[in-house]
Design a binder for this molecule. Structure first.
Ligand code: T5A
Ligand code: NA
Length: 219
């Protein structure tokens, strides 16, 4: 009798611009999974609770200065801190819901410019430290115009929360999305919370129910 290889749980990432509602929707998704009988792991990057995360937090609040390359590598290291936990969770059958991931790393660092408006860090250099991390099975990209995002209480005080920066980041996310194919799902995040939640749930519910075939893939 042929033994069926066990299916693993999905790795679900919500990415997007600042104020697009990622934290709102990852929390809603986590809660909805729980209500329907699935205990997931909810994680967020940057994870500001670790030693590396505290350095990132201080940099984002402009309480400290760091070389652009150094902070990029810290963001990536912050993901590597959780890489084996993510993989183990998926293999054990527990879905992982993640608020931002390597795509934020690439788009934000890659969108930094000098006073002449030229990129500070080459795109391929930005991509390389995340190569080998667990790859998501689905990425919801929360797309929103800077005007819409501003209506949500305006951007805060953090380092990258400036309109020009957000526009470059948005273009960069669109570029990555075109390369990613079907794993990448663009969501109009400028709508009501319930509508956004419904769109995410429509795709997550079957993925969690059916599970995923094969090993955890890598970025
Ligand atoms: N970064 C991050 C890097 O440079 N490199 C990296 O590798 C990574 C991982 C901090 C910064 O770090 C950069 C990117 C960022 O600039 P963060 O800690 O995730 O990243 O940022 P936060 O400030 O926590 O979160 P965001 O600003 O991105 O906001 P969210 O999570 O997208 O939005 P959320 O859910 O908090 O909602 C914002 C507000 O809008 C309301 C909410 O109630 C809230 O008030 N809202 C809505 N209002 C109307 N309609 C809706 N549909 C709404 N949904 C939410
Ligand atoms: Na957030």
């Amino acid at each position: 009798m042929a033994s069926q290889s066990p299916r693993r749980a999905p790795f679900i990432v919500i990415e997007g611009l600042d104020r697009s509602g990622k934290t709102t929707q990852t929390s809603r998704l986590y809660a909805r999974l729980k209500e329907t009988g699935t205990q997931a792991n909810l994680i967020k990057f940057p994870d500001r609770t670790t030693t590396i995360g505290q350095m990132i937090d201080s940099y984002l609040r402009s309480a400290s200065e760091l070389d652009d390359r150094a902070v990029h590598l810290l963001f990536s290291a912050n993901r590597w801190e959780l890489a084996s936990m993510i993989e183990k969770s998926l293999i054990a059958g527990t879905p992982v819901v993640c608020d931002r991931y390597a795509f934020s790393g690439i788009t934000f660092s890659g969108s930094k410019v000098n006073s002449e408006g030229e990129p500070l860090l080459p795109f391929e250099w930005c991509r390389s430290p995340d190569i080998g991390l667990p790859a998501p099975d689905i990425v919801f990209f929360f797309d929103i115009t800077p005007e819409k995002a501003k209506e949500r209480g305006g951007y805060g005080e953090e380092r990258y929360e400036k309109e020009e920066m957000q526009l470059r980041v948005r273009d960069s996310f669109h570029r990555i999305g075109r390369e990613m194919g079907t794993t990448w799902v663009t969501i109009d995040a400028g709508r009501e919370r319930d509508q956004v939640e419904q769109d995410v749930w429509k795709l997550v519910e079957p993925l969690v129910k059916e599970g995923v075939d094969g090993p955890v893939t890598k970025l």
